[in-house]
Design a protein around this ligand. Sequence first.
Ligand code: SF4
Length: 494
Amino acid sequence: MGCRYRQVQRVHYPEIEPLPAAMQRRARRDVGVKQVFSRLAQEPKKRGRIPFTRIDLDNEADFAEFDTLEAIAAGATIITGAVFTGELEGVAWEVAADVLVRNPNGTYLPVMVSNHRVARPDPHRHMQAIAVSRLGKGTPLQVNASLRHHTIDGYRLTLALMGLAEAGVAPADEVGAVIGQDRDWAYLVDVSRYAPAATRALLTPAPTGPRRVKECATCRFWAKCEPELEAADDISLFLSGDRADTYRDKGIHTTQALIDASLGDISHTARAWRAGIPVLRKTVHTTAPRFDVEIDVDVEAYLDLGAYLWGAWDGHDYTPFVIWSDLGGAAEGENFARFWAWLKNRRNAARQRGQTFGVFCYASNGENHWMLSTARRFHGKVPGVPDEQEIRAFISSDQWNDMFAVARSQLVGPGGLGLKQLAPAAGFHWEEEDFAGEDSLHAFLIASTGGDAEAARAREQLLSYNGDDCRATAAVRHWLRRGAQSAPILGQLP
Ligand code: SF4
């Protein structure tokens, strides 16, 4: 449900328009919903042996809920764009259920489309899932995957089940489904696990003041909430979300109180934050791994659909391996194969010259995920794509270095140790200054679907951003080797 103070601010400031980032997020979700709708089974032209009907509703229409109830009463197999409203102990709620699928016993399975990654492959766990194209026609299969919890998806399903219950067609097993970034599968979810938290959240009175949370970064009301938080010296400005709960429980609600409490590193870090110091050293001497030949790499992916750009910086040249279409298809595997061959050539050349060779990235989760996923999806199908074993051997070798782990072992960042926080302290600045992770998602959408000029600009931006991420990783490494002198030592601030 996110920040509930938004509801309060919406009433106070109805004139404040949504920010471009929010509009872009909505646009990405709309694209996802459209993709799902296009994959759902269509109503057959001729009536088949087993009746199958599909009704597509407009969830923004004036009588959307009435239309939903009509479609249910008609016994439609698939209903898209459904809407339910209701009241729980005097609190009104509304939910858009992206898809309703009729179960054989006449109840309906609510299905939500989400831009989250809702499940991940896991050889040790089982889940029930159904191919999106088989919804309303097939039965679920057991797949090796584990669920990733996203509260908001669970809450939306809870409300949809409440709506279905009102209509008398809620499934007794309280099962719903979520379609995540992989638009081909709907994963079944036991919604009852979310129900207590969802009803609690619904019935909890709206907060009386703001608290900084992750969403504030893209919230239209930040210009109103920030001064309020600053005036109160609210501790959430330093420790966002529930990270300050331990201190709130001790009666510490302001950053100054946290500094004054002299609680060791956390109070020292709060003092640095107050002084606008972005990074501190935990050790007097800092260092970073060193090789004769060093390559910095960075991957860009679009949601869970695929990795479209592998960028590499060798200290002189930036080499991008990129595709702007056919993500998830053979082109993605071929692109990775080109990158992998290039990297191996560099490694072999270094070896022949008797030089040591190291590859760096910043926070390796993304790169590791996409290298492994590419191997799993394309090895044996696309020439040049290594198998999973080869990737695993590389990841666990000394040649693969995560600079985030190196930095974290020696530094503390009052505002975090992301590349965006750390590289400026190391003297590096991005050409595309105000371009963050979410912007790159939107830029890819334009780069892959926009008009010529628009797409060219977005491609240029993405290559610049990726190249600078590689160069920034190198800058952090060089700075650590020089001793990171511009970062004061933790606990030694005046
Ligand atoms: S700026 Fe933050 S606290 Fe204020 S309404 Fe938005 S999300 Fe909530």
